[in-house]
Unconditional design. Structure first.
Length: 178
């Protein structure tokens, strides 16, 4: 099964609902605080000894989600040099938690990547505010260079087809920042 435009739109709506439900009105998004409010415990790889950390790194260099009997957990590699990469990893794993993904197949991973990027840097906000500078995106949203490029490319792609139109379901997000 391939990911459809409707799948991406559903993920966008999910991210927008999080902004509304948690009253998020500033950037960069405090992904640690959001995870805590959502009841997800964040666990740093560095809190484990070397042998355990090697096992964690074998599972994922960046991080992963576990739905444990004691509540949802996101293990993440806090030794990654860039905070933007850590933020994106946690946002990506939050998608797996929210959507109760039972398996992480290619489609689920694509949608989690999209969710993480959109949650940290919403396309309608970039369109509304006219931000189109990679470095401004990196600074304002706490993204890595590659994530900022992805965010800008998503915005430019969207503008190519729809201009500066903000869809009805996106207006509620924009209104949070007006």
């Amino acid at each position: 099964m391939a990911v459809t435009k409707e799948d991406y739109r559903t993920i966008d709506k999910l991210a927008i609902d999080i902004y509304v439900d948690y009253g998020i009105t500033s950037f960069p998004l405090d992904i640690y605080g959001l995870a805590k409010k959502m009841g997800v415990k964040l666990i740093k790889y560095s809190s484990f000894d070397d042998d355990q950390r090697k096992l964690l790194l074998k599972k994922s260099n960046d991080g992963f989600f576990v739905d444990s009997p004691n509540g949802p957990l996101i293990f993440y590699n806090d030794r990654i040099e860039y905070n933007g990469k850590i933020n994106l990893t946690i946002a990506h794993e939050l998608k797996h938690f929210i959507c109760k993904d039972e398996k992480e197949d290619e489609d689920s991973e694509k949608l989690a990547d999209h969710f993480g990027r959109f949650l940290l840097c919403p396309t309608p906000y970039l369109i509304y505010s006219g931000i189109d500078d990679i470095y401004e995106i990196m600074d304002m949203f706490g993204l890595t260079y590659s994530a900022a490029i992805n965010a800008l490319n998503a915005t430019l792609h969207r503008k190519r087809y729809y201009g500066n139109k903000i869809f009805d379901y996106e207006q509620v997000l924009v209104d949070l920042f007006i």
